[in-house]
Design a protein around this ligand. Structure first.
Ligand code: K1U
Ligand code: ZN
Length: 192
């Protein structure tokens, strides 16, 4: 993986596994919730309210064991993504108004999961490397060159901003089975 050198960890003492008492866990929408298909709007202003949402999304992502989270998944329809693919969970990245400015022609099938599709993992073909332009949590424009897991995660999260969930790359038969499985899990959770 190429290091995202131009995008320094962005939350200082609030990043990584450190959680301040005023952070909040946000409920994650579960597929097939129709709100997951909302197209996110650009962030107009990077201010304290947005930084608060970023901190809450990071806490939610770490708590859920994810490597990424899009604002769409927590019912905020803004072009905002948080990611941490580091082993030690101490390199949070915030991508505000991200745009993929280049994607490699070479593609690879990767096993993906999604916090909005709990317990389901399947293969999706993605570009092996991408270049992304985004603002950080101070509103500074950054360019990130990514490959490996970071490139896969960025593409997965950017799909969420378009209202697309990874299972939509799978066959109708697989999607139907996934919906049946999640509906059963929801019924069982309601019973207990
Ligand atoms: O968007 C999300 O729901 C987060 C998702 C991101 C993602 C995982 C794997 C490939 C592409 C994108 C997750 O973090 S799901 C959690 C998970 O399964 C996982 C955790 C660590 C490494 C790999 C997968
Ligand atoms: Zn996802």
């Amino acid at each position: 993986m190429l290091a995202p050198a131009s995008m320094a960890p962005d939350l200082g003492d609030n990043g990584g596994s450190f959680a301040s008492p005023d952070m909040a866990l946000l409920p994650i929408l579960v597929y097939p919730d129709p709100r997951l298909h909302t197209v996110a709007q650009p962030v107009a202003q990077v201010d304290d309210a947005l930084r608060r949402l970023v901190a809450d999304m990071l806490e939610t992502m770490y708590d859920a064991g994810g490597i990424g989270l899009a604002a769409t998944q927590v019912d905020h329809h803004l072009r905002l993504v948080v990611i941490d693919v580091s082993e030690d969970r101490d390199q949070p990245m915030t991508l505000i108004n991200p745009e993929i400015v280049w994607a490699s022609e070479s593609k690879k099938l990767n096993e993906e999961g999604c916090l909005s599709v709990p317990g389901i993992y399947d293969g999706v073909e993605r570009s092996t490397a991408v270049k992304v332009r985004a603002q950080d949590d101070q509103g500074q424009e950054r360019v990130i060159e990514a490959d490996g897991l970071l490139a896969v995660c960025i593409q997965h999260e950017m799909d969420h901003l378009k209202g697309k969930v990874f299972v939509e790359y799978l066959s109708l038969l697989k999607r139907t089975r996934i919906q049946t499985k999640l509906a059963k899990a929801r019924r069982e959770a309601l019973r207990t």
